[in-house]
Every structure is written in structure tokens, then in C-alpha cells.
Ligand binder design. Sequence first.
Ligand code: ZN
Length: 217
Amino acid sequence: MTTIEIAPADALIVIDVQNDFCAGGALAVPDGDAVVPLVNRVARHFNVVVLTQDWHTPGHASFASTHGGQPFQTIELAYGSQVLWPDHCVMGTSGAALHPDLDVPGAQMIIRKGFHPAVDSYSAFVEADHATRTGLAGYLAERAVKRIFIGGLATDFCVGWTALDGRAAGFEVAVIEDACRGIDLDGSLERAWRDMTAAGVRRCSSQDLVFPISPPG
Ligand SMILES: [Zn+2]
């Protein structure tokens, strides 16, 4: 086992641990709730912790209902192909709220993404038009972050795209595999890991992490 010592310039990015992606939610990721205790455990050891929320307008372009289509089919939008999803994470609804058991009081920043009606955003860095930035890279740079660790939902969509864009933004990136769960739509999970590995994303387990920073209290 290769251990990874967590340093002060490391950040944890917790992706979309929201009710709609967990059991009983509109777009529940299989076993999604299982990431919550892992995220809670590791988050208290990071100096910089960012949470993200998928945060859509009603009638969002990523919703099948908006196009009269079926969930999980793929269509072409102005910026490229888009998987259609059940309505989920509509801004201000309980489905868009963070999971009630998520206990990360030390988180300092919440990035909301996907709030432009015509553009989806799996990535916490850049929207699906590959142009519009969320501001996360600037925030991390101003906090002097060099390396990011990612957990949350779902491995093959929002986690994976965030990891790739994190690399593109110049960060070292590690995905904490056991702190993530995937959707696996037509082989998307295997494809995501292949793309992440090719981009230099490190695949690790929460068991690999060593924490020199004492948790407060
Ligand atoms: Zn979404």
C-alpha cells in the first residue's frame, strides 16, 4: 500500500452529496449514501474543504422532461452531447439540499453548478460548454492549493469531470475511490477511470491517506 501524506496545501472537494443523488432521491446513485461517513471522516483533516451542489433551474436543459425525452437517452445540445436525466437538484428544493448526515462543519466554500438554464455542469470547474468557469480554480489558487482530493457523487460524471478539469487547471488530483460511487451508464464508469488515469489522476483509497494535521477539539 502506498500512503499519501495530506499536506496543508491540499484541498478536499466533496462533489454533490445531495438528497437527490442518495437513496430515495430523484437520481439516486447506487449505494450513494455510503460515501457520507467516509467524507465526514476524512474532511476534518483537510485545511481547505469545498463542497459542491448540483443546482438547476426548473426546466433545465439536462432534464429529459424539458425535451419531452426519456431519462438516460443522449441528445445533442448547442455545446455537444448531453445525457438527459430525471428532474433533479432543482435549486432551493429538498432534493438539492446536502445529505442530512453530511457532517463537514469545516467546509469553507460551496460551489453551486448547473444553474445556467441552457448549460449543464458535471464539473465543479468548467460548465459543459467547456468555456464558462465556476470560479473554483481561482478560489483554490488564492488559497494556495496545489493538490486536490475528490470524493462524492458520481464517480463517472461529476467526480470524473471535476478530476479531469482539475488536471487541466494545473492541480495534482487524486480521487478517493471508496468515498465515491458511480452510476455506470453503458460502461461510463470504466471509461471515466480510463480517462482519469490517462490524464494523470491518482486513484487512491481513504485507507491510503495519512493525516498529520490534528482535527480541532
Ligand atoms: Zn445535474
